[in-house]
Design a binder for this molecule. Structure first.
Ligand code: HEC
Length: 213
């Protein structure tokens, strides 16, 4: 039964092509509303909605590859086996999608499991901004900034029930064997204690505006 909940959870993510909470609007509004920073971001033009679409496509296609593989692993090897998959394959899979799209694709967090995924200062601000929107049940939009022909795109990664098997509360949501394995692989793990519908991190994607895919 637990297995079924997991699988349904993953199917939900994979099926969830476009989060209903994301609404499309003029980009300058996105920046002004979503982010409270004084720097850069003002350099945005109307045709940037194309860039938003591109960024979303990169994030969603990468999420789909990770999600599909996570599902297969949970099905075949259980949550424990899937931890090994995330440990060994999350990076190479994300990187391979980056190569396909000629973009730089990162998953970063304010509470990373893998210390390589620590968000930088700017990303932390964006995470806070998404957090407050999601907490207040407000709709949100991706954040886009452009500078010198380069686009930076940010979109939140939100938890669902399935994620709690590895990112929830130990004992309550995470099997002790899984906790043990996580501690072994990630002695500095901060990525636990989440509930559903919380910001686990963001996609942080950069690409050149001229490229075609
Ligand atoms: C089977 C266990 C497992 C499940 C289920 C799982 N994760 Fe993770 N997650 C991991 C592991 C392990 C890592 C570290 C991967 C690495 O070393 O790059 C990780 C890393 C991440 C990261 C990168 C930032 C960081 O903390 O290093 C994000 C974002 C993330 N997970 C989100 C999610 C979301 C959202 C879900 C549910 C849709 C989910 N995870 C489900 C095990 C899991």
């Amino acid at each position: 039964m637990k297995q079924l909940t997991l699988i349904l959870g993953v199917l939900f993510i994979i099926g969830c092509k476009d989060s209903p909470k994301i609404k499309q609007g003029p980009i300058d509004k996105v920046v002004n509303e979503s982010v409270n920073t004084n720097d850069n971001a003002g350099i945005l033009k109307n045709n940037d909605s194309l860039l938003v679409e591109k960024g979303k496509m990169y994030a969603q296609s990468t999420q789909k590859v990770l999600g599909r593989n996570l599902l297969l692993n949970i099905q075949n090897n259980g949550v424990l086996g899937a931890v090994a998959f995330c440990n060994e394959k999350a990076y190479p899979l994300t990187d391979s999608m980056a190569i396909v799209h000629h973009a730089k694709i990162k998953r970063v967090s304010d509470k990373p499991r893998n210390t390589n995924n620590q968000a930088n200062k700017k990303e932390l601000e964006y995470i806070e901004s998404f957090k407050s929107k999601i907490k207040n049940n407000e709709s949100y939009e991706p954040i886009l900034t452009t500078e010198n022909g380069n686009t930076q795109f940010y979109l939140p990664i939100v938890t669902n029930t399935m994620c709690l098997n590895c990112h929830g509360v130990p004992e309550k949501n995470i099997d002790p064997k899984v906790t043990h394995l996580l501690q072994e692989k990630y002695p500095n793990d901060k990525a636990i204690g989440y509930k559903e519908n919380e910001v686990r991190g963001i996609w942080s994607i950069s690409f050149n505006n001229e490229q075609n895919n």
